[in-house]
Design a protein around this ligand. Sequence first.
Ligand code: KIV
Ligand code: ZN
Length: 560
Amino acid sequence: MAFDHRKYVPFKPIAKADRRWPSRVIEKAPTWCAVDLRDGNQALVKPMSVAQKQRMFDLLVKLGFKEIEIGFPSASQPDFDFCRKLIEEKRIPEDVKIQVLTQARPELIERTYEALKGARRAIVHVYNSTSTVQREQVFGLDRAGIRDIAVNGARLVKELAAGFPDTEWTFQYSPESFTGTELDFAAEVIDAVTEVWRPDQGQPVIINLPATVEMATPNVFADQIEWICDTIRYREHLSISVHTHNDRGCAVAAAELAVMGGADRVEGTLMGNGERTGNMDLVTMAMNLYSQGIDPMLDLSGMAEITEVVEACTEISTHPRHPYAGELVFTAFSGSHQDAIRKCLSKRREGDAWHVAYLPIDPSDLGRRYEEVVRINSQSGKGGVAYVLERDYNISLPRWLQIEFSKVVQREAETDGGEVDSHTIHRLFEERYLKVHPDWALRAYDLHRNEEGVQAEVSVGESADPVSLTGRGLGAVEAVSDALERRFGIALAVEAYDEFALSEGTNANALACIRLTVNGKPCSAAALAEDTTSATLQALFSAVAQAVGVTMPEAEAADA
Ligand code: KIV
Ligand code: ZN
């Protein structure tokens, strides 16, 4: 059987009775380190060109990253050249530290320092693999052998740095494949490395704990981090960093829980590009903090630019559902969601805390437009359709017409099978409700009010010979309805009518909507006009036209 779960061994939980991280709350942003230009680049089908690297570097600086891993110069000539270019062309802002990766091998460490010659500040990131699997199956070394690689690497890093006293050095060590390493051994190696570097004597040191492969639930990773923080020597002099990968889809959660477990620093990439399923997504983690009212210490307000640059540099497109960044992440298609969002947004006052159903953050904070929030397809309800008409065309509909018109839009969406855009919604409304047939166009009206009610004289039709109607009633609608009944011998009952004044900036000043029955047959129409009476009478004529036919029928009881 090919699909056989019995092949796998469950990850052993960490025996830890005193875990404190579950009750911690993150209150400030960690130190961020972007590894797009190293881990991210290493994972690309087509590595970034110099121009793409430069563009990515400039974006990272602009977003506010102060630590940027720019490559693996000892393993790649393009990375070496890019490092030289940044230094020689003085492209690194004073408050930004570049970081470079090297394996803990003498020739690679030496080449790394060549690449960094002249840097004002730099982080030398040295690693070797420590996990059981790597020790036994890849390197064929015991614990002592692996520890010696790390220690010898650390010694050389320190020794060579001393030859460049003008550079402000930070040393970083990663026990690669940390998640698969026995914790006591990870602590042993870390202690051996820091014993060489002596962070307690003023040397800045970062210990980076990678989930090179994500192997368990994020709580297990948090346990591992808390355990290491509690165990290693010099903890208070160290910056503890995490570097999570996304094999189980939980890289962000693992990094967040690791911060709760004591990590000070987080490495990741924009949009989570990286080996296999990717690195931890810096955008998501930073925005998660932001949505909790915490300053992420990164400026992610230009999300369109971020996605554009990342896509251009990685040649990987952004998933439309990517948290905070995808095209659809602030969009509601379903009617109940649209309704709730619309209600919350309309109640919201400037300066209020953000409490909007279905929207964890304000889309405008990321440069997104409210126009994107409510989009219409066959699952949308009356609220969404009404919202779009009001938002884009200043047309507000009464509830009964919202219900009726949403069915028109739904039919269109079902026929078309996709989204109905704002322009189409407006066109459907015009075609179904606002169209005025020339025979039924209101030409003129005269209303006389006395103690008995209203006497209406109306002429209809654009021809040279318009039809004249007269009738009586308590109000204008009743009087004109009476005129229509007399003239055409029909029974007309008005079920609902609403009129709205339109705000400035539109050609018409009024919108009227009417629903009636003519000889028991329901019909409805709307009209835009300069004044509410004209709009109401025109809506009445258009509705009757639907019931009796657009061409003006012969008078049945003319002048009766
Ligand atoms: O994923 C990993 O373990 C790495 C290390 C080199 C830090 O990228
Ligand atoms: Zn990695």
